[in-house]
Design a protein around this ligand. Structure first.
Ligand SMILES: [Fe+2]
Length: 257
């Protein structure tokens, strides 16, 4: 399936690629590199009809420079401008230096027609849960103040909303209210898009669409009380950002991995 965009820009989201310095490395019963490559092959025809790319963190599992270089090269092959942001497994310095320049960057914003994508950094070094510190919240305020498009979309690795999976809901963003106060005060913000939970979620909170996307690495079992793997395939998400402020979106599961 490869539907054409409706009437606005199309964004493709990939998340939680968890690459290692060694491309053959296994993690939680899968080879993340192989699943990442298969996902990119599946995304290629979609990229031809897309306008932007988003990676919501955990690019690399072991913080290694070769891992970041391979993610960068692979994402560039889709020939789209994009934003990346760190997850709890990332090395912030390595990520920021690797993605300091180029079409896919560790930047704050990316304009896509009448929409602005705003990326936030929720990484707390050495911690699994996420946090938006004062400087990051100030940067969000500044990005919203500078935003001249009709609508906005916020992307952050750690979900500020529960996904109904208790062990993951305990390790999401630890200060969601600070984020939602800002989003609720600005009606241009139509959605918050996340990674981290390695599963699909599509809901609403505080007047805002709340989305998470499966990893390309191993999936987590929805609804589990404690850590549990779902043997499902890798996936990516497409988001059609409509001119009326709505969002058409779904997850594409990658077969044959
Ligand atoms: Fe992850």
């Amino acid at each position: 399936m490869n539907v054409m965009p409706s009437n606005g820009p199309r964004l493709l989201q990939i998340t939680d690629t968890h690459l290692f310095a060694d491309p053959a490395a296994e993690q939680a019963g899968v080879v993340p590199e192989a699943r990442f490559r298969a996902t990119l092959r599946a995304m290629a025809p979609w990229a031809a009809t897309a306008d932007g790319l988003l990676h919501t963190g955990d690019l690399v599992h072991d913080g290694s420079a070769p891992g970041y270089q391979r993610v960068r090269q692979a994402l560039r092959s889709l020939d789209l401008p994009g934003l990346v942001m760190p997850g709890n497994h990332d090395d912030r310095d390595e990520l920021q230096s690797t993605f300091a320049a180029g079409p896919v960057r560790a930047a704050r914003t990316l304009e896509l027609g009448e929409w602005t994508l705003i990326g936030l950094d929720s990484l707390q070094t050495g911690e699994v849960p996420g946090h938006l510190d004062e400087s990051e919240l100030a940067a969000l305020d500044e990005a919203l103040a500078d935003c001249s498009t009709v609508y906005c979309l916020v992307a952050v690795h750690h979900p500020p909303f529960p996904v109904g999976t208790p062990w993951l809901d305990a390790i999401g963003l630890d200060n969601p209210d600070a984020l939602f106060r800002r989003l609720a005060a600005d009606h241009r913000v139509r959605a918050v898009v996340c990674g981290h939970v390695h599963m699909a979620f599509d809901g609403h909170a505080n007047g805002c669409r709340t989305l998470s996307t499966p990893a390309t690495a191993t999936q987590f079992l929805a609804g589990a009380e404690a850590f549990a793997i779902d043997r499902g395939p890798p996936a990516f998400r497409w988001l059609d950002l409509r001119a009326d402020g709505g969002i058409d979106t779904d997850v594409v599961r990658v077969t044959g991995v």
